[in-house]
Design a protein around this ligand. Structure first.
Ligand SMILES: Cc1ncc(COP(=O)(O)O)c(C=O)c1O
Length: 371
């Protein structure tokens, strides 16, 4: 398969581990192994004894049990563990969709949610959302764009890069549309549990709809990207069987230490999520005040959930130029919207890292020096 480069990841490859201030990360502040092991007595000894043979294809029973605990109506055997959410996206788009199928994908968005299907010969319609409309998903657009060969709707809420979250009534309507047209619903929920207001949390799509796949990961809400553990949860057994069989050609099965640590972390997931929401809760008001101070330069829409937002430049300067100059002169990294194939005005900013205030202060110094 020939596939276009993943623009965001190529950009990160160039800068992420070299610059001083990564002000655009989508994952939460990470932890060390010892922090996880401190969550329970005796786990260090269990980890020392962990057998390093091949692991079960769909994931360890203990991990699948812990993951099923995130959902209301999903059993452990309705979960397939992958190497990150990224692998689960790749697996779904290849194993479940066929060339000639049509999908409708939330846009702008995480590139692999549309790119992998396109590379697999699928027709892809971007379900475009706009800043002026509060990044709202328009269900009429969805209805108008369903075709005889439409196979799946792909949504991501809470959303990367805008921080948008649809409301529960819209989600129910979305599920009704999918059901009426017998479509799969691929629901990327990797930022779930990072709602600033608990009442905004949506039910997982896999609980609401028998043909939905909910995507989850350890990287974002729990701050454990280095484990590279993600999963697909669905009550559609055929979809999961295809995914697990396709995975034989990728990671096949998961890293045993990562599965062990992910299971441990999920047993304490509320604590980890609360810690990360606290960091976000400290950083977001700082960001709000920054954007009030600089309202002549930026449009700012406060996100509803998650770790990132997608403000835009009012000045007319191409945002790519702005971001590249900024990183060259200050070591502060923002992601230009060009990498999301979404014009040259928006940029992604992240606020789930402890050093965000320091990075923002550097950005502010840079702005002051320019005027
Ligand atoms: C919306 C979305 N889905 C999936 C992923 C992939 O997650 P991971 O890199 O942990 O596999 C990301 C990562 O940024 C994301 O933002």
């Amino acid at each position: 398969m020939k596939i276009n480069p993943f623009r965001l990841e190529r950009f990160f490859d160039k800068y992420e581990f070299k610059v001083k201030y990564v002000l655009c990360s989508s994952d939460c502040e990470s932890l060390a192994v010892e922090d996880l092991l401190a969550l329970e007595p005796d786990v260090s000894a269990q980890l020392n004894k962990l057998w390093l043979g091949y692991t079960e294809y769909a994931g360890s029973p203990a991990l699948r049990l812990a993951i099923s605990g995130l959902y209301e109506r999903v059993e452990p055997d309705q979960v397939v563990v992958h190497t990150g959410a990224e692998e689960a996206i790749y697996t779904f788009m290849n194993a479940v969709l066929s060339p000639g199928d049509h999908i409708i994908v939330h846009f702008p968005g995480y590139q692999s949610l549309s790119e992998v299907a396109a590379a697999n010969g699928c027709e892809v319609t971007h379900w475009t959302t706009r800043e002026e409309e509060g990044w709202e998903l328009d269900l009429d657009f969805l209805r108008r764009n369903i075709r005889p060969n439409t196979r799946a709707i792909v949504v991501n809420c809470p959303h990367n890069p805008t921080g948008y979250l649809m409301d529960a009534s819209k989600q129910r309507e979305l599920v009704e549309i999918a059901r009426e047209h017998n479509l799969l619903l691929f629901s990327d929920e990797v930022y779930r549990e990072l709602e600033y207001n608990r009442a905004d949390r949506l039910p997982a799509a896999c609980d609401l709809y028998e043909n939905a796949v909910s995507l989850g990961v350890m990287s974002k809400t729990y701050g454990l990207a280095g484990l590279r553990i993600g999963w697909a949860a669905s009550r559609n057994g055929q979809v999961l069987a295809k995914m697990v069989a396709f995975k034989d050609y990728l990671s096949m099965c998961n890293s045993a230490p990562s599965e062990f640590l992910a299971t441990l972390a999920l047993h304490h997931r509320e604590k980890l999520a609360a810690r990360n929401l606290e960091i976000i809760g400290q950083n977001l008001p700082i960001l709000d005040r920054f954007f009030v101070r600089h309202r002549t330069i930026f449009n700012w829409q406060r996100p509803i959930a998650g770790t990132i937002a997608f403000p835009s430049l009012k000045t007319g300067q191409p945002v790519e130029e702005f971001c590249l100059e900024l990183v060259d002169q200050t070591g502060v990294l923002l992601i230009p919207g060009t990498l999301f194939d979404f014009g040259n005005r928006h940029f992604r900013i992240g606020f789930a890292r402890r050093n965000m205030p320091e990075a923002l202060a550097k950005l502010e110094e840079y702005l002051a020096a320019r005027t």
